[in-house]
Design a binder for this molecule. Sequence first.
Ligand SMILES: Nc1ncnc2c1ncn2[C@@H]1O[C@H](COP(=O)(O)OP(=O)(O)OP(=O)(O)O)[C@@H](O)[C@H]1O
Ligand SMILES: [Mg+2]
Length: 428
Amino acid sequence: MTSLLSGFNMADTLICGIDIGSSKIATVVGVKSEETGEVKIIGFNTTLARGIRKGLIVDIKEVTDVVEESVEKAERMAGHKISQAFVSVGGPHISSLNSHGIVAVSNPQGEISESDVGRVIEAARAISLSTTRQIIEVIPRDFIVDGQPGIRSPIGMSGVRLEVETHIITASSTNLKNIDRVLDDLGIENQGFVFSGLASAEAVLTNTEKELGVVLVDVGGGKIDLTMFVEGALSYSSSIPIGARHITNDIAVGLRISLDSAEKIKVFLSKNLNNKKKNPQINLNELNLEENINEVSLKTLVDGIIAPRLEEIFKLVFEEIEKSDFSQLVPSGMVITGGGALTVGMLETGKRVVGLPVRIGIPDKVTGLVDETVDPQYASTIGLLLYGLKNIMTEENAGFKNFGKVLRDFKLGGSMGRVKDFFKQFIP
Ligand SMILES: Nc1ncnc2c1ncn2[C@@H]1O[C@H](COP(=O)(O)OP(=O)(O)OP(=O)(O)O)[C@@H](O)[C@H]1O
Ligand SMILES: [Mg+2]
């Protein structure tokens, strides 16, 4: 296929992301401009998900069908075939730990080389892991040279002992294998699994927030992904098995209506309540609900049904933040993404229950066909592109040459130096 888009230069690199969510599968095709280094979206599609629960594949055939549908539509829009993509993975099967590595610097003159850095990260990732788990991310948080911490890029420095603090994210290998099977079936090469909470962070957090300390909370349909950045570095990742779909369920049960109608009311509220004078009765005429409900009491719906669930959600988020041991180190507060971010009362409840400042994160760091994607529910989708931009391995930069770049990113962007499996190739 050739590009339908004028101005697309063949030297530019195509970056694709497939965001496999519990509510939707979103595919995005972007182009990295060699001139500006920016990503421009040239293709996008979102399709209702089937066969996914809380981030886990429960019906592989259904998932393959929807991913195929979404990919084909995005390909058609972009005028490009998707042969490789970064893929999101999230849900309660995700866990994280911080691991320490230590090596003796190999050069007798004590100059730290790329290979020492590779070895020390390898040492940090040598954690004991059950056969059912797999590492998907190893991020250096800090290097320590001869006992001195706070070193961002040790290559070329003098020292005899090199240590590293890393953040490691692991996932269920069964789920990863299932995702790979879906991609294999569609002839798409997986360029890397990206924790969806990290992808969302890429899309909406500022460097200042990461440096000061911040919590990213992605409230999806079936689960909440959480990442915490402390002193610029990713320091905690986890996922809570509850999502915005629970709010829809509560409305359906509370008002004795179908899930479809409940979803419509929920979305209608978030779009209409904030900018209108608050009447005690909400007029639902324009929704044409099958149950013929024309109005509902605001108090029943918002205070009685939605608020208690939000309260529960934020209590769980609070517990997770406490569990991280970094709860005192995130003065920038919480940034909320995911479709659930738009729920009525999200900001107020979050602020009250967790006791931190809160803002909604909108993915607006890319250009091109962005009308649809400037919405918190596509933070993780757009994040896949931005993550890809930093980590893409072309033939020229694969291997150790890319290593310098990894460390540069680490230095510039704070924590985002990703150390991929490719280190394995160089380390016996
Ligand atoms: N305007 C809105 N107001 C309130 N809720 C909304 C709005 N738009 C979307 N949602 C809710 O957001 C949820 C979907 O969010 P999102 O697209 O982030 O989930 P997902 O990525 O598919 O799932 P997950 O990340 O949990 O696997 C749904 O429950 C939906 O009802
Ligand atoms: Mg999601």
